[in-house]
Structures are given as structure tokens and as C-alpha cells.
Ligand binder design. Structure first.
Ligand code: SF4
Length: 440
């Protein structure tokens, strides 16, 4: 659940890591991060893109309406959900940045200081109770109240886990994991501390400060703890906790436990859970979540509605199925995700959203238009990377061995699967095993 200190031995680069290899200058990053934000729009091939951080993942009914209206009036009428539980508006027109900022500010979706807008990166267990949610809100408030936190990159990630281990498994830089005694475990750079509940947000902030201090000393431009020399072993987390006045006792790394995300359907505790097909919703689909006093966005590209039970919950689930959401755990589309691909991303070799289909054989499957594999899942997953128009390399990322296989996507309504690409080489690989396109 929480990562132990990673090994120092060289390892094969994992998907998405290729671009952080050390440069001849010794730096791992030679520029500040260019992550888009709600105020710093990114120019994409399908118009401007705004990424809105949702630090606690919770939206009100009014905020849902504002976002749906903004997508209709300013964008392409849709919103994308990211693997960090953020929302993106795409296809924004030239010069709409000020108008969008005004809408978001009035809806309470932006921090008081613009400089903090992109550093509120946090994932929170979607089924968390009030105590864990309060800790996440307080951590966000602390982040936005300190000037030094603007030195964090837009990639630095906090996780606040309610103890079940779902968001603790998402590879955050700093993790708070609720413990049974109302306290938390703080995990950062391979070290774990036991912290009293009221001190947990300050403890997470202290760990972030320890990272910034270590990053400054290293001078390599690291954006995340894993990019520090020796994966952050030199970070003085203990010292920063003491300077922050936080009592912290070193603790053992807790055992790994099952950390499945909330499945679609009706969940114990009065939750309705749905997934957005390929992580994108129309503005009408967003409005279909209402009425609801609270809507939680998940890092698995879905929504959770709390406070629903019995017949009311069943009927909401049916309405959301009719609106186009994935509402059943056995749906072939549960666990299928795709990057933006063409035409939105200039780097893409294919229209991956049109090509994407369920071929995971029970594992999450992610379709990518290039080797960056934006938004790919963690853990065991099937990796479909475009190598050309309609051609993909399939790799299964598990602890078992195997090989990579090349496929063509068939755009045949009667048989919309994959065809082995005999014109391309099948590559043996030590960390992968092939799946058959029939495994759906
Ligand atoms: S994986 Fe490549 S093609 Fe897909 S969105 Fe990222 S950069 Fe673009």
C-alpha cells in the first residue's frame, strides 16, 4: 500500500518515465513544469485546455452547473476526468481565459492566490468519512496559505487515504494514511511516521518542505521526490517535522493490502458510483449527476454520490446508466481508459479514443497515442501504444514475464476487436506477457 524505500539498482524505465532521465548536465529537469492549470491554459490542437485542480475531489451542485455551463459556453461542451481526479475543459476559444477564471472564482473553485492554483495536487479516498475529508481540506488550506509552497511543481502529489489503501497506491510524493486510532501514518521518501490526527495536515506540509529543501540542495531541477538523488533518502523529513512542532514517531511500512478503487454500482455506506466512459463526459452527462448535495470526482475517472440508499439509489443508478455512464462492475468499459490522442494532441500517432476498446482480459487497459502514455494506470495493466495509424503495441505490465505483441485495430462493426499485425516484429520482453484479443 505504501511504498517502501525503492531499490537503488538501475531499473528498466517505466511508462512515462523516459523523459526524466538524467541529462548530461546532471539535471533531471532543465525547466520549470509546464503543467496546464485553470489560469495557465495550454494551447492544444483542438483549442486551449484548462485543468482544474480539485484538491478534495468534492464538488457542490452549483459548481457542477457552473462547469457544465462553462463547457457549453466557452469550450467544446465536454469535460475530461484525469487520473489525479482533476477536470479539464478543452476546445476553449481564444481569449476566454479571463471569463473562465471569473466563473471559476465566483464558484469557489480557485484559491485566493493565483500563484497557488497549480500546486493543489491531492487525491483523497472517494468514500472517505468527515474526519479524513477535513484533514484534506486543512492540508489544502495550509498549502494555499504559505508562500514557499509555490515552489512545488504542478506534478508534486499528496494523497489522503482513509485507510483502505486506494489512493495510497497512486504513487503520491507525500501520503497520509488514516490509522485505526484516529491518527495517521505519514509516508514520504520511503519513511513512515505515526502522527496524531490533528497534526496530520501540518506533517504532510513539513514533508513537502523537506522535499523542496533537498531539491534545492541537489540543484537538479527535480519536480518529484523520486527524481531526487537516491530517491529522496537525503530528505530531512524528521527535522522538518520537529521544526513544524509535529510529534512524529517512526513506524514500520504497513503491509500491502488490496486497494481496488470503488467499482461502479451501489456501494455500502450509501454511495452510488459511476465511471465516465473513456474518462470524458458531455455537459449534459455532468448535469445528469444532479440533484445531489455533494459530488465526488475520483482518480479513476468516475463520480461518487454519497447519501443515497435503497430505492432512491437504485433509481439514480438507472438514470445515470441511461445518461451514458458505466454503472456495472462487469461492463466491458469498466477499466478502459485512453489519452487525448488525435485530434487534440499533436504528438499522437492515432485517434486513440476512436480505436479504444475493451481488450484488457480483466486488467485495466490504457490506450495511448505515443510513448508518453499520459494518464496510464498503476499496478497491473494492459498498455496499448500507437505505433502508427490503427497499429498498436500491446504490453501487459505485471510482475510476471512475457512479450509484447503488435496489433491492428479493426473498425468492423460486426467484429470490432484487434487483428495481429503480422507485418511487424513481436518483441520478447522480460517484464510482460501477451494477452489475446479474445480476452475481454
Ligand atoms: S500519450 Fe502522447 S498522444 Fe496521448 S495525450 Fe499524451 S502526449 Fe498526447
Amino acid at each position: 500500500m505504501l511504498a517502501a524505500m525503492p531499490p537503488e539498482s538501475p531499473k528498466r524505465p517505466q511508462p512515462g518515465e523516459g523523459h526524466i532521465r538524467k541529462r548530461p548536465s546532471g539535471r533531471v529537469r532543465d525547466r520549470g513544469d509546464a503543467c496546464p492549470g485553470a489560469l495557465k491554459l495550454h494551447r492544444a490542437d483542438d483549442g486551449a485546455l484548462a485543468r482544474l485542480r480539485l484538491p478534495t475531489g468534492v464538488l457542490t451542485e452549483r459548481q457542477i452547473r457552473v462547469l457544465a455551463d462553462a463547457a457549453d459556453r466557452l469550450g467544446d461542451g465536454r469535460l475530461s476526468l484525469t487520473s489525479r481526479g482533476n477536470l479539464e475543459l478543452r476546445g476553449l476559444g481564444e481569449g476566454c481565459g479571463l471569463g473562465l477564471a471569473e466563473l471559476l472564482r465566483e464558484a469557489g473553485l480557485l484559491p485566493a492566490s493565483e500563484a497557488h492554483e497549480r500546486i493543489r495536487n491531492m487525491v483523497v479516498s472517494p468514500l472517505a468519512g468527515p474526519g479524513v475529508q477535513a484533514a484534506a481540506r486543512e492540508l489544502d488550506a495550509l498549502l494555499c496559505a504559505r508562500a514557499w509552497t509555490t515552489g512545488l511543481s504542478g506534478r508534486f502529489l499528496f494523497a489522503v487515504d482513509d485507510g483502505r489503501g486506494d489512493v495510497a497506491a497512486l504513487g503520491a510524493d507525500v501520503t497520509l494514511l488514516a490509522a485505526e486510532d484516529d491518527g495517521f501514518l505519514l509516508a514520504a521518501a520511503g519513511r513512515v511516521y505515526r502522527i496524531a490526527g490533528p497534526d496530520a495536515p501540518a506533517a504532510a506540509l513539513a514533508a513537502a518542505r523537506a522535499f523542496l529543501s533537498a531539491a534545492e540542495t541537489a540543484g537538479t531541477g527535480a519536480w518529484r521526490i523520486a527524481e531526487l538523488p537516491r530517491a529522496g533518502r537525503e530528505m530531512d523529513v524528521t527535522g522538518q517535522l520537529a521544526r513544524a512542532g509535529v510529534a512524529a514517531a517512526p513506524a514500520p511500512v504497513p503491509p500491502t493490502r488490496s486497494c481496488a478503487p470503488p467499482p461502479p454500482g451501489l456501494l455500502a455506506g450509501g454511495f452510488v458510483s459511476v465511471l465516465a466512459r473513456l474518462g470524458r463526459v458531455t455537459s449534459d452527462q455532468l448535469r445528469a449527476l444532479l440533484p445531489a448535495p455533494e459530488i465526488r470526482v475520483t482518480p479513476w475517472r468516475g463520480f461518487v454520490l454519497p447519501g443515497l440508499a435503497g430505492e432512491a439509489a437504485r433509481s439514480r443508478l438507472m438514470e445515470l446508466a441511461a445518461a451514458g455512464y458505466v454503472t456495472e462492475v462487469h461492463s466491458p468499459w469498466a477499466g478502459v481508459s485512453a489519452c487525448t490522442g488525435r485530434p487534440g494532441c499533436a504528438k499522437s500517432l492515432a485517434d486513440v479514443r476512436a480505436d479504444a476498446r475493451p481488450v484488457g482480459g480483466g486488467l485495466p487497459v490504457h490506450w495511448s497515442g505515443c510513448e508518453r502514455r499520459c494518464g496510464h494506470p498503476r499496478g497491473d495493466w494492459v498498455d496499448m501504444v500507437a505505433t502508427g495509424e490503427g497499429a498498436y503495441r500491446q504490453t501487459v505490465h505485471t510482475r510476471a514475464g512475457g512479450s509484447e505483441v503488435m496489433f491492428h485495430v479493426k473498425h468492423d462493426q460486426k467484429d470490432p476487436g484487434l487483428a495481429p499485425d503480422v507485418s511487424r516484429e513481436t518483441v520478447p520482453g522480460p517484464r510482460t506477457r501477451p494477452t489475446s484479443p479474445q480476452q475481454r
